[in-house]
Ligand binder design. Structure first.
Ligand code: ZN
Length: 336
């Protein structure tokens, strides 16, 4: 962690500021190991492997712990980097553009291995604080090590150890894996200043009926209980089917003008034609993610809309992403 992260931290128990108690190892601008403490209640928090640890995985409840552990493993397995992800990120946070970020203080709820974190730091955010519950924070730290304006903390989204000073918060593909997605959304939004901006992307209930009916029970009762390493190999079978079908049919059909007219009627065409551009590793990672998570909600648009109403967001834009998930953006009311 960099010392300037202290400007954003607050005690998750009492809300007071956090200070450095001791530093035992440093590397350039990074504190690799040491201890933090609350200035008021003196509660201590470790800095280990360059990351402040605010979440005790043993204490957060079994469901969330299993999700964090399964995802922590998958993100360590799928550590690859690709420029395409910049466009993908913009697809999820639209209408927010790279020009939005210079000078902004940004909060990322659920950063995984930090592939968006360092990109937004590069786009000129004043600071980005990325939060994740899983051990994937170790990879996120490695991805942002030495980048002055990128910060990674391990914490529970329901108990964020942060001050309400952010200009923008976003969460992509994470809230639907929480036991209470709405509460996670509100907890994130609570750290944004009046007049600030928020983006979220979640799985939709609409057009996902086949996943809810067919894949969900398999995930819930079978695959999420498997050893993730075994599931990783097993999921290559359904991934191979998706890969063959998208590369041989959906991709070529959608690229030709004649074919596109036919493709429109195909099963799940918007999503599968989008996926057809992905390489094998990426497709495998999508299939694996759908099978590994112990908790996944598919959220109807009306419910997603009510989240934004409840936090008093204005200028809300909710839209399809690939016709199977919802992307939302809104602006919080300014200070009166
Ligand atoms: Zn405290």
């Amino acid at each position: 962690m960099k010392r300037r992260l202290l400007d954003y931290l607050a005690c998750p128990s009492c809300g007071a500021s956090i200070r450095l108690r001791s530093v035992s190892e440093e590397d350039g601008i990074e504190i690799i190991s040491g201890e933090l403490e609350c200035a008021a209640c003196l509660k201590g928090f470790a800095v280990r492997g360059g990351v402040p640890r605010f979440a005790d995985l043993a204490l957060i409840g079994e469901g969330k712990q299993a999700t964090a552990e399964n995802f922590g493993w998958s993100w360590q397995e799928f550590s690859h980097e690709d420029e395409k992800y910049g466009d993908e990120l913009l697809g999820w946070i639209a209408p927010v553009r790279p020009e939005f970020f210079p000078g902004k203080v940004v909060l990322e709820g659920g950063c995984g291995k930090g592939r968006h974190t360092h990109r937004i730091a590069r786009w000129g955010a004043r600071d980005i604080v990325a939060v994740d519950l899983s051990e994937a924070v170790d990879l996120a730290f490695a991805a942002t090590r030495g980048i002055e304006n990128a910060h990674v903390i391990q914490a529970d989204i329901y108990h964020l150890p942060l001050r309400a000073v952010f200009d923008y918060a976003f969460s992509l593909g994470v809230l639907h894996h929480l036991p209470d997605p709405r509460a996670g959304f509100k907890s994130l939004v609570a750290k944004v200043k009046p007049g600030g901006d928020v983006s979220a992307w979640i799985y939709g209930a609409e057009n996902n009926g086949w996943i809810v009916r067919c894949v969900n029970p398999v995930r819930e009762y079978v695959t999420s209980r498997m050893n993730p390493r075994f599931l990783f190999h097993l999921s290559k079978f359904p991934a191979a089917i998706m890969y063959a079908v998208t590369k041989l049919f959906y991709g070529p059909l959608n690229r030709s003008s004649h074919g596109a007219a036919i493709a429109r009627h195909l099963f799940y065409n918007d999503y599968l034609s989008f996926v057809s551009a992905f390489n094998w590793r990426e497709q495998h990672s999508i299939v694996f993610d759908h099978l590994v998570a112990p908790t996944t909600f598919y959220i109807p648009r009306a419910e997603f809309e009510s989240w934004w109403q409840e936090v008093g967001a204005e200028e809300v834009i909710i839209g399809w992403h690939n016709k199977n998930s919802w992307r939302g953006y809104g602006k919080l009311r300014g200070a009166s």
